[in-house]
Design a protein around this ligand. Structure first.
Ligand code: NAG
Ligand code: NAG
Ligand code: NAG
Ligand code: NAG
Ligand code: NAG
Ligand code: NAG
Length: 338
């Protein structure tokens, strides 16, 4: 009789295990002793496949982050119906909503972030949180910087605020930008705004009215570039980035009829401008080496002077940018890549 009971209870346990995990709302996760990683479920590690999460789950974890620390979150999970999702809210209130995560990390500053999961159908789900310290050094500004090659922490200011524009290493897969956090002011005390991944999703320049501090928490080893410009002269400019196409010709139209627009070379490759077409005879294009100002203006061309000057080579191997402002009308630029 005793043996039968034992057998029954073992098989009951096996059934529960095979059925997948359940979870609840309102979990609080504080930094563990010695900053040991926190895993959910506790038996998961990143070398294993994500376990099943039962249907109809609604769960949340509020993760606290002490001053001076950052948290790194990786999720392995996939929902299997339209009504299920994973959500994160950071200290600045930025909401991230996803349904499929393959362990590309997220980074969060103090004092907390919240991870919430809501499922209808069975899903797969597991995550890991690590806390780490990053010391702060404020240093001088440069214009175009390597955004993620190394860790750093720098403050930037300028008349009219600061503009940020990104040239990601990989234009479709730019998760490395998540490790770069932006704060207002000259320190990291509570004025967190967002990270460069979220700012880049608009594909526009981001402008802050105040000085900012930028911190990269983890080196990615790739060539993401960040352009930092004084905002005063470019607040209303729509930038189009020239994306290198080695071995090809590339044609880009810049239209300033409604909004002041400019083409910008940031990627460090050689390119040759072989053709420019302007439909309006009064149109001109001003080329600046750097942000537009009297000191950076190279030349202003019209259709005739362009025709006489082409082809023009732009070997952009210094850490700088070249900006082509279309002053009136519209211009169609054709570049050739070796
Ligand atoms: C899991 O992967 C980590 C590196 O991501 C490695 O250090 C660890 O030894 C692995 N653990 C097992 C059990 O394979
Ligand atoms: C899923 O959401 C839609 C609306 O967003 C709702 O009409 C539908 O009933 C939901 N399905 C389930 C299974 O909850
Ligand atoms: C940026 O990184 C590249 C190598 O990836 C290096 O050649 C270049 O000098 C770096 N620029 C700066 C300003 O650090
Ligand atoms: C960008 O990343 C994706 C996904 O990793 C990869 O398939 C693609 O080849 C990359 N593109 C470039 C230009 O490196
Ligand atoms: C870029 O162009 C310059 C001359 O304009 C040349 O000296 C240099 O070798 C070129 N670089 C590459 C990688 O082609
Ligand atoms: C273009 O500029 C040149 C030199 O400044 C000038 O002589 C010429 O008249 C201009 N052409 C047009 C169509 O404005």
């Amino acid at each position: 009789m005793f043996r039968l009971l034992l057998l029954l209870s073992i098989s009951a346990i096996i059934t529960v295990c095979a059925a997948g995990n359940v979870c609840k709302t309102g979990n609080i996760v504080n930094r563990l002793v010695n900053s040991r990683p926190y895993y959910w479920p506790a038996t998961w590690t990143e070398n294993r496949t994500a376990p099943h999460l039962e249907e109809d789950q609604s769960c949340s974890w509020t993760v606290t982050i002490p001053k001076g620390y950052y948290a790194k979150l990786i999720i392995n999970g996939k929902t299997n119906d339209k009504n299920s999702s994973f959500q994160m809210i950071d200290a600045a209130g930025n909401l991230i909503h996803t349904s499929h995560e393959e362990m590309e990390p997220y980074y969060f500053p103090p004092y907390k972030f919240t991870l919430a999961v809501s499922t209808k159908a069975v899903a797969s789900f597991a995550f890991k949180i690590e806390w780490f310290l990053r010391s702060v050094q404020v240093s001088a500004a440069t214009r175009l910087i390597n955004a993620t090659t190394s860790t750093y922490c720098k403050s930037y200011g300028g008349n009219g605020g600061v503009s940020l524009l990104l040239f990601p290493d990989n234009r479709t897969h730019y998760y490395s930008l998540r490790s770069v956090l932006v704060f207002l002011g000259h320190d990291l005390d509570g004025n967190y705004v967002s990270n460069l991944y979220l700012l880049h999703q608009t594909h526009k320049q981001w402008i802050s009215n105040a000085d900012i501090t930028i911190v990269n928490l983890e080196a990615s080893g790739n060539g993401d570039l960040l352009l930092i410009q004084e905002a005063q002269n470019i607040k209303d400019v729509t930038y189009t980035e020239l994306v290198p196409m080695p071995g090809f010709f590339e044609t880009v139209t810049i239209d300033s009829r409604v909004k002041k627009s400019a083409l910008i070379i940031g990627y460090q490759v050689n390119q040759t401008l072989v053709d420019v077409k302007m439909d309006d005879p009064s149109s001109t294009v001003s080329i600046y080496y750097g942000s537009p100002s009297l000191f950076t203006l190279d030349k202003t061309y019209n259709q005739t002077t362009f025709n006489n000057a082409l082809p023009l080579e732009f070997d952009n191997y210094g850490m700088g940018v070249i900006e082509f402002f279309v002053n009136t009308g519209k211009a169609v630029f054709t570049f050739e890549y070796q």
